[in-house]
Structure formats: structure tokens, C-alpha cells
Design a protein. Structure first.
Length: 889
């Protein structure tokens, strides 16, 4: 300010002055010569006599000069005065802004009526008066009484508070209440938005209960809820509005809590508290906090994450001890064990307490409730011997401060068993299949102080087998053994254990071995040849097939079945090797329904499959036939649609596994499908579904040809097709309607003209009246009906006796012509779609089997009585229809 104020002082040497004889100085703009220079004191004017004379001469000269000057028309200019209008200054006191520069406008007024020159200085200072910046704004010359609006900007303002000043220098007037030469304002530059989270250590987790009350603990525990508190700090001077989001993760559970429309004023902080509903479980509670409505340019921490440990819930504290009477008993006697337990915790214990001796469980309390602050004692007995007994808890958690597990060493003289050879059992009986047994044995010696007994125990995941107890005197040796049946195939682990109730073991007393157990072996039995010899004896050949594996002992029985009873003629115990065994038997002639052979395992588990086989006697022949199913799938197929047709194949006599090609053809000989007949699987009937593309026709006839056992069998049937549904368009047939109306009008006109002519003809006496003609017509006999037969399927149909025309069979869809019975009546126009009353015909029951004769060689054949297809004679290979042959007597 001092600098600028000194800059504002008037330079006396720069101003033009007029010196009149050194008496006074006059400003350039002063009208009177008696004004002193501004700021100067008057000179000493003490007169002397000479001075008076000189003064008189000066006055005279002055008057003369004034007179002379008055003769000139010249005008002298007066200097103006400018000031700043305070009310026009756009910056108000304590204004705040965000940018680095601060713009302003102000009005400068010339007030004295003269022209003037001035300079505007812009000053920025701290509140303590330290000059921060100094700049000037050049102004053009002001005219008399001019009011000029001036704008500019203070640049480089610091953050926080500072003062800005406008200073006029030059032709400046005197300050008034409304106008000043200097204007000063205090302003504040706002710090930018700087929203931030506190550090991770400022995020606090407080354990609370279900209603949000503090649990009083300083750490989180299983079953608690958590209250999360953390600060949000606004280090800037700009207010912030946004949202804060908390996300928690605990053992697969997730929860997110959001607080929207959160406002934090500048230069303040706020503590945020969240209380999620998540129930904590023991483990780690992960968390992260994020702020929204922030930008990357903003300073501060907008995201934090971390984790807290969740401890176990309040747990019972169990303490106790184990006692025994080991000092009072000898090995093999009754040992009493006592277990005492106290619950010194704040919550009850709900679980079980179990005890084990050398790893084997010997006691268990099952469900137990031990209240806080209570205690209990349990006792149980064991066979006395040296061992370590240990008791622990299960089915519930206890505090780590508990003294469990409890342990007690039992010591006393006893038998001591030691391996006398291999340290593991030896196994025999392999290779093993499912159902086989493994034999294990081991040599032991008693090196203890007393006699004792020992046994071997074998076990798998599905079964356990205990060997016999073996008594061993002190210093004696012996063999222990056990066997176990394998009940599952695949890789199996066999565990072995040595047990003694009055001794201990020196060395290994348990172990395991892996075995690969194969599937069960099966035996297939079948008759492969049955015939009669020249001596009329019955010869039969059997095949016994044993699956791959070890040899097996079986019992084979061969005989026959007659009248529902089975008679075995021969029984043999055989040892089968893997593979096939062929056996031939020769018996005398006997009456039987069929031959029987069966096999049974001896001391082993046989696999799946039939254990018996049957065969008919040589006089029987195998007969094959097939039938169509009554319906298709779909029931009414349409042309081009894939349709499933089911065929049933049957055989009688000695069962065979014969297969052959099956051809399906339509009535025109077109092949619809070619397949192979199905496997019989030891049965007398089998079915096969054949998919065909449905041919054209309202009624489709299908023929099946089966090439089997050197013969060709056929079967035929007819199915009714469905109708193709044609969807009509939704447009109105305007043209057809118009022509229909026109045609109808024409027909009506013709009929009217014809009716008039008939009325005129009624006046003719030689003609007959219409009524007479009508009366002469006979009454219709359509109410009387007669029966006709369908030429295709022989279905009986009832039609009117006077009906002549086409008739459609509802079963096979065949249409045929019928003639009326009364030929003397004139033919009447009949409707092809006349409804026909169908007389239901019941099907005759099908007998079991009939015998027919070949028309060429008279060979007798047995076929089902309902079979009407083609038959091939096995003797002469003649193919003929079943109904063409005469039934054998």
C-alpha cells in the first residue's frame, strides 16, 4: 500500500507552472494568480520600501496583462476528478469462490466536470497485510462527468481468506460516502471437494445381539450380529452429497447395506453406523466400504476393505479325570473304569462323552446334557489288561480351555503276543470273485508273564468276520486264522486286526491289504442236440459254459418233466474249468412233456443267468408265425407321416433263437421297410416296432414277409388312414358369392316359368293331375333293411333293401357296389354317403393249435387255429395258404 500510495503522489516537476516574478506560483488550471501550490507554505512577504515599489510596479503590470489577456478569446481547461463508486463493486465482503481467479466489475465516475487521467491498480494481500500480487489496469482518458463500467480479475488467489483492493491513481477526487479512491474486500477461495474415508483402522466392528444391543464383548463370536462404524471426512470447503455402501461376506453369506442421500458439509466429518442383519458364523468376516458420487480427480480414499475374525460362540468348559481299580485285579479279570466330568463354562454341554481303549471305543454316554456349573460321573467295566484309555467329547464343541481329552494308562502283568513269522497274515483262495471267501492265518507267540488268548478279525466296508479264540500259554506259539466272504466286486480293502481280552501285542497288531474282486462267474446250460438213435433211444447233448475265472464245482441233474412233475434220471458233481464243457447223455424211450437239465453251485456264489434248460422231444417241430397289431401309432396316420407298426413274432415247439429279415410292403408291392426280427431271449414270443412312411390311400393294406428257418412266412392287414386337414384362408369369396346369387336368381326364374306352364297344362282334360301322379308313386321301402357282406373282411353290414350304390365298410374302409332287391322299381338316385347300420359280429374264440396237411406231400403241420397266413412245408418247401389245406383228422 505504501508503494501504491507513493505512486499516487503528484510529481511537482511534471506539472507546468507560471512564475510571475517569484511572488506566487499558479497551477496550470488555476484561474487566480494568488493560489499557492498545493501542499506548500506561503512565502515570507515582509515588505521593504524597495519591495513596496516593486509590488506596485508588479500590480500595475498585472493589471495591464489582465487587460491584454482579456482581449484574447482563449479558454483554459480545468483538471477532472475520478472516484470508484462503492456500491457498484461486484465483489462483496467475505465472498467465497472456487476458482483461482476472481472477476469483478466496478464503475468509475468523473465528478468535477473536467477531463482526467487515472490508472487502476489491483492488489491481493494476506489478512496480515503481506502483498501477494500487484497488477494495473490502464484506463483511457475520462471525459467530463463520465461514468465508466470497468471489469477485470484478480489472479492467483490462494486457498483460504485474503483481501483484494482496487486503487485509483491519477486525477483522483476526494472520498465521499458513496465514492472512494480505494475499495477493499475480504474474500475466501474454497478448497476443492476432498471427500475421504478414514483409514482401515478407523473401521470398527462392535458385536451386538438380535435387537442391536451390545453384547459387552470386544470381539465377534459365532451367533453375534455386527455393528460397523466408520468416519467420512470432507477435507474440502465444498459440500458433498452421495451414498456409502457396505458389503459383508461370511462363510458364503453375503449382505449389502446402502445409505443414500448422505450429505457432509465442507471441512467437517461424520461418523456412519451400519447394523446389518447377518448372523455371523465362526471364521472370517470380510468387508468393504465404498463411496459413490466421486470422481477420479477428487482427492481422498473412496474404497476400503479388510476382514475381522469371528470366534466361536460361548462354549462349555469341561474338566475331569479317569480312575480305575487296576491295582486290585489281574489280567483277564474285571476292570472298573470311572469317568468324572465338570462343566465350568457359562453354557450347558449337549453332546456325548466316549472312551476308547487302544483305539477301540468301549464306552459312550450317547445324548448327554451337562448344565453349566454341574458335574457327573460314569462307570463301566472291561477285561483287565495293560492299555491306554482315553475319554473325549463328541457331537458338541467345548472351549479350548477344557482339559479334554482325558487319559489314563492301565499297567499290570499279562500275556504279550508277538509275531512268530511274518508280521502280516497270509491269504489263500484266490483269485477271488464276488461271493468267494478269503482265508487268512498268522503265527503268534506269547512272550508275556501270563497265559492269554488271541484271535484274528477280518473286515471290509460291508462285513466283519471274527476268527476263533486261540489259547496260548506263557512261552507257547500258535496259529490264528479267519475267513471272510467278499460281497462286492471291484477293488476292496481288507483290514485285519489282532484282538486279545487279557493280553497286549508287541509289534504290529493291525493292517490292511487291497484285493481286486472280479464279478461273479455264471454257468450257462443249454440243450444243443436232442434226437433218437436207430435203437429208438433218446440222445441229448448239453453245453455247460463257465465264465472266465477259477474252476468251480457244480451239481448237474438231467431228466424230464411229465404231468407237472420232474424226474431226474442222472445227477453228477462236476468240476468246471473256464470255457465250455460238452456232455452227451443216452436214455431209453420214455413218455415226457419235455426234457429238463439244471445246474447248482457247490460252495460258491453263482452269477446271474438261468440255471436250467428245457427241450422238447425230437418228434416236435418248431412253428413260427407273426401278426400285426390292431392299431398303428398314430391311430389314423396320414400320407407321408412317420408311423409305427407293431409286429408280434411267435413260435411253438422246441424254442429256437432263429432270426430273419422282415419286409413290409404295401398293396402295390412298394417296400416300406426292411428290418431283422428281434431276439427271442429264451421266450416264445417277441415284438418289434417298425417305423414306416405312410403310403397314399384312405385304406392302406400292408403285407409282412418273414424269412426265418428256411421258410417265408407272411401276414397281411389293412389300416384306415386319416384325413389331411386343409386350412382355409380368411378371405371372403366375393366373386363366388356374386355368381352364386346370380345363378340362384336364374334358377328361381326358370322354376317359376315352369310352374306357370304346369298350371296351364292342368286345364287340359286329357292330362293327369299332379296329385294323381304323386298318388301313383309307391311308398318308399327304405325302412326295410337287409344284410350284405364286405368282400374283403366279411363284415356283415345292414343296408336298405331298395338301396343300390356304393357301400363303405367301417372296419377295412373297402367300398363295394350293392344292387337293390326289387328290380321292378325304377332306379332311384342314391347317396353314396348313406349311413349304414353295422351289425356287430363277435369274434369266435381262438383255439390253441390245429393240424393241417400239405396239399403236395400230405405232411402234417401244427399251426394256431387263428392263423390265416402263408405256411411253408418243411418237407417239400411248398408254400400255401392255411385255409387252402384240409384240416388233418
Amino acid at each position: 500500500m505504501d508503494l501504491m500510495r507513493s505512486a499516487g503522489k503528484t510529481d511537482n516537476n511534471s506539472r507546468a507552472c507560471m512564475d510571475f516574478g517569484g511572488w506566487f506560483n499558479v497551477k496550470e488550471t488555476t484561474a487566480s494568480g494568488f493560489y499557492r501550490r498545493e501542499g506548500e507554505e506561503p512565502r515570507d512577504s515582509r515588505l521593504t520600501m524597495e519591495g513596496e515599489r516593486r509590488s506596485q510596479r508588479g500590480v500595475t503590470f498585472l493589471l495591464v496583462m489582465l487587460f491584454v489577456f482579456s482581449l484574447f478569446p482563449g479558454v483554459q481547461a480545468q483538471a477532472g476528478e475520478v472516484l470508484l463508486e462503492e456500491a457498484s463493486f461486484s465483489i462483496v465482503d467475505y465472498a467465497s469462490f472456487e476458482g483461482e481467479n476472481l472477476s469483478f466489475t466496478v464503475e468509475i465516475h468523473e465528478q468535477s466536470g473536467g477531463s482526467s487521467n487515472a490508472t487502476l491498480f489491483l492488489l491481493v494481500e494476506t489478512l496480515e497485510g503481506t502483498l501477494l500480487s500487484n497488477s494495473s489496469l490502464g484506463l483511457n482518458e475520462f471525459l467530463a462527468l463520465e461514468q465508466r463500467n470497468v471489469s477485470g480479475a484478480f489472479v492467483g488467489l490462494p486457498f483460504g481468506f485474503s483481501t483484494v483492493s482496487l486503487v485509483l491513481d491519477g486525477d483522483v477526487g476526494s472520498n465521499t460516502t458513496t465514492h472512494q479512491s480505494i475499495l477493499t474486500r475480504t474474500v475466501q477461495r474454497l478448497r476443492p471437494l476432498a471427500i475421504t474415508l478414514g483409514g482401515a483402522s478407523s473401521v470398527l466392528a462392535n458385536p451386538v445381539d438380535a435387537v442391536g444391543q451390545s453384547t459387552g464383548n470386544t470381539t465377534l463370536h459365532d451367533g453375534d450380529r455386527v455393528e460397523v462404524a466408520f468416519p467420512i471426512i470432507n477435507n474440502g470447503d465444498v459440500n458433498w452429497t452421495g451414498a456409502v455402501e457396505l458389503h459383508l461376506t461370511n462363510n458364503g453369506l453375503n449382505e449389502t447395506v446402502v445409505l443414500d442421500n448422505l450429505s457432509i458439509e465442507g471441512s467437517t466429518s461424520q461418523a456412519i453406523t451400519f447394523t446389518p442383519t447377518m448372523v455371523l458364523t465362526e471364521g472370517v468376516l470380510g468387508w468393504n466400504i465404498s463411496l459413490t458420487n466421486t470422481t477420479m480427480s477428487e482427492e481422498g480414499t473412496h474404497y476400503l476393505d479388510g476382514s475381522w475374525d469371528v470366534g466361536p460362540p460361548p462354549l462349555p468348559v469341561l474338566d475331569g479325570f479317569i480312575e480305575s481299580n487296576a491295582d486290585e485285579v489281574q489280567a483277564g479279570g474285571t476292570l472298573t473304569i470311572s469317568v468324572s466330568m465338570w462343566n465350568n463354562g457359562s453354557v450347558s454341554f449337549e453332546g456325548s462323552i466316549f472312551c476308547s481303549a487302544d483305539g477301540d471305543e468301549v464306552f459312550n454316554t450317547s445324548s448327554l446334557l451337562l448344565e453349566a456349573g454341574s458335574n457327573s460321573t460314569w462307570s463301566f467295566t472291561l477285561s483287565a489288561k495293560p492299555f491306554v484309555i482315553q475319554c473325549d467329547v463328541s457331537d458338541a464343541r467345548v472351549s479350548e480351555a477344557s482339559s479334554t481329552p482325558l487319559q489314563l494308562d492301565i499297567e499290570m502283568p499279562s500275556a504279550v503276543f508277538q509275531s512268530a513269522g511274518a508280521t502280516t497274515p497270509s491269504y489263500s483262495g484266490g483269485p477271488w470273485h464276488k461271493g468267494d471267501s478269503v482265508e487268512a492265518n498268522m503265527l503268534l507267540r506269547n512272550i508275556g508273564e501270563l497265559d492269554g488268548r488271541v484271535r484274528l478279525v477280518l473286515s471290509t466296508s460291508t462285513s466283519t468276520s471274527e476268527g476263533e479264540w486261540v489259547e496260548m500259554a506263557q512261552g507257547a506259539a500258535g496259529e490264528i486264522s479267519a475267513s471272510l466272504q467278499f460281497l462286492a466286486s471291484g477293488e476292496t480293502t481288507l483290514t485285519w486286526t489282532l484282538e486279545s481280552d487279557d493280553g497286549v501285542f508287541d509289534g504290529i497288531d493291525n493292517g490292511s491289504t487291497s484285493f481286486v474282486i472280479k464279478q461273479q462267474q455264471s454257468v450257462q446250460i443249454a440243450f444243443v442236440d436232442v434226437n433218437r438213435t436207430e435203437d429208438a433211444e433218446l440222445s441229448m447233448t448239453l453245453h455247460l459254459d463257465l465264465d472266465e475265472g477259477k474252476e468251480r464245482d457244480v451239481r448237474l441233474q438231467v431228466g424230464y418233466e411229465s404231468g407237472g412233475s420232474t424226474v431226474f434220471l442222472q445227477e453228477n458233481d462236476l468240476r468246471l474249468q473256464q470255457g465250455r464243457l460238452e456232455l452227451t447223455f443216452l436214455f431209453g424211450d420214455f413218455e415226457a412233456d419235455k426234457l429238463v437239465a439244471q445246474v447248482a453251485p457247490l460252495d460258491w456264489l453263482i452269477g446271474p443267468g438261468p440255471l436250467a434248460a428245457t427241450s422238447s422231444l425230437p418228434s416236435d417241430d418248431t412253428q413260427f408265425w407273426m401278426d400285426f397289431s390292431a392299431t398303428t401309432d398314430p391311430i389314423r396316420p396320414i400320407e407321408g407321416e412317420e408311423t409305427t407298426v407293431r409286429l408280434t413274432f411267435q413260435q411253438t415247439g422246441p424254442l429256437q433263437e432263429a432270426e430273419g429279415e422282415v419286409w413290409l410292403m404295401d398293396a402295390y408291392g412298394t417296400r416300406l421297410a426292411k428290418v431283422t426280427s428281434p431276439d427271442w431271449d429264451g421266450a416264445s414270443a417277441a415284438t418289434l416296432d417298425v417305423v414306416v412312411v405312410w403310403p397314399k390311400g384312405s385304406s392302406v393294406a400292408i403285407q409282412a414277409l418273414w424269412y426265418v428257418d428256411g421258410a417265408v412266412l407272411s401276414a397281411e392287414t389293412t389300416y384306415v388312414s386319416g384325413e389331411v386337414v386343409i386350412e382355409s384362408s380368411g378371405e371372403w369369396p366375393i366373386g363366388a358369392m356374386f355368381w352364386g346369387l346370380a345363378l340362384g336368381a336364374g334358377v328361381a326364374l326358370v322354376l317359376r316359368i315352369r310352374a306357370r306352364k304346369e298350371e296351364e297344362s292342368d286345364t287340359n282334360p286329357s292330362g293327369k293331375s299332379t296329385m294323381e301322379k304323386a298318388a301313383s308313386k309307391p311308398l318308399s321301402t327304405s325302412q326295410e333293411k337287409r344284410e350284405v357282406s364286405c368282400p374283403e373282411c366279411n363284415r356283415r353290414l345292414r343296408v336298405p333293401v331298395d338301396y343300390g350304390g356304393s357301400v363303405g365298410c367301417p372296419d377295412c374302409a373297402h367300398k363295394f357296389k350293392v344292387e337293390p332287391e326289387r328290380s321292378e322299381e325304377p332306379a332311384q338316385e342314391q347317396n353314396d354317403d348313406l349311413e349304414i347300420e353295422v351289425q356287430p359280429v363277435s369274434k369266435a374264440p381262438v383255439s390253441e393249435k390245429i393240424e393241417i396237411s400239405c396239399p403236395d406231400c400230405a405232411q402234417t403241420l401244427r399251426i394256431p387255429s387263428s392263423y390265416e397266413g402263408s405256411v411253408r412245408c418243411p418237407a417239400c418247401t411248398k408254400i400255401f395258404k392255411a385255409h387252402e389245406s384240409k384240416q388233418a383228422s
